[in-house]
Design a protein around this ligand. Structure first.
Ligand code: RTP
Ligand code: MG
Length: 140
C-alpha cells in the first residue's frame, strides 16, 4: 500500500476541552504524520459544503450548527494506507461502539459531538484537503 494523504478535523467538542494535543498524540502514535494543520472557525457555508452529502439527513442542521459552534483544527495526515488507518484510529461514529484506545472511545461525548472527522475514501480526501488547504501550506 502506497503512502496516502487523508483529511482530518478536530471538532469543536474537542477544541473546547483543550484536547488538540491529546488527539494529535494518538494520531502520531499510530504512525500518521501531521503534514498540514490550521485552527479555524468554520463558517456556515463551509460546514454546509463540507457535509453536503448529509444535507437530506435529519441531523444535518444540528451537525452544521455544531461544526460552527467553536474552533476546529483542520489537518492533512500522511502515512501508509492513511485513509483506512485514520478511520481505525478514530473509531466508530458512535463512541458507544468504538474500540478501546480509539480517539472517539477516549474523547467523544456522543454520536454527534464525536471529536474528529476523517475522510472515508482517497477520492474524498483529495476533495476535502483542497477545500481547506493549498499545497503551499502542506509539507510532507
Ligand atoms: P465524519 O464524516 O465526521 O468523519 O463521521 P463518520 O464518517 O464516522 O460519520 P458520518 O455518517 O459521515 O456522519 C457525519 C457526522 O454527522 C454526525 N452525526 N450525527 N445525530 C446523529 O444521529 C448523527 N449521525 C451522524 C456525526 O458528527 C458524524 O461524525
Ligand atoms: Mg463521514
Amino acid at each position: 500500500m502506497a503512502v496516502q494523504r487523508t483529511f482530518s478535523i478536530i471538532k469543536p467538542d474537542a477544541t473546547e476541552r483543550n484536547l488538540t494535543g491529546a488527539v494529535n498524540a494518538v494520531i502520531e502514535k499510530a504512525g500518521l504524520r501531521i503534514i498540514g494543520q490550521r485552527r479555524i472557525k468554520m463558517t456556515q457555508e463551509q460546514a454546509e459544503r463540507f457535509y453536503a452529502v448529509h444535507s437530506e439527513r435529519p441531523f444535518f442542521g444540528e451537525l452544521v450548527e455544531f461544526m460552527t459552534s467553536g474552533p476546529v483544527v483542520v489537518q492533512v495526515l500522511e502515512g501508509e494506507n492513511a485513509v483506512a488507518k485514520y478511520r481505525e484510529v478514530m473509531g466508530a461514529t458512535n463512541p458507544a461502539d468504538a474500540d478501546e484506545g480509539t480517539i472517539r472511545k477516549l474523547y467523544a461525548k456522543s454520536i454527534g459531538e464525536n471529536s474528529v472527522h476523517g475522510s472515508d475514501s482517497e477520492e474524498n480526501a483529495a476533495i476535502e484537503i483542497a477545500q481547506f488547504f493549498s499545497e503551499a501550506d502542506i509539507a510532507g
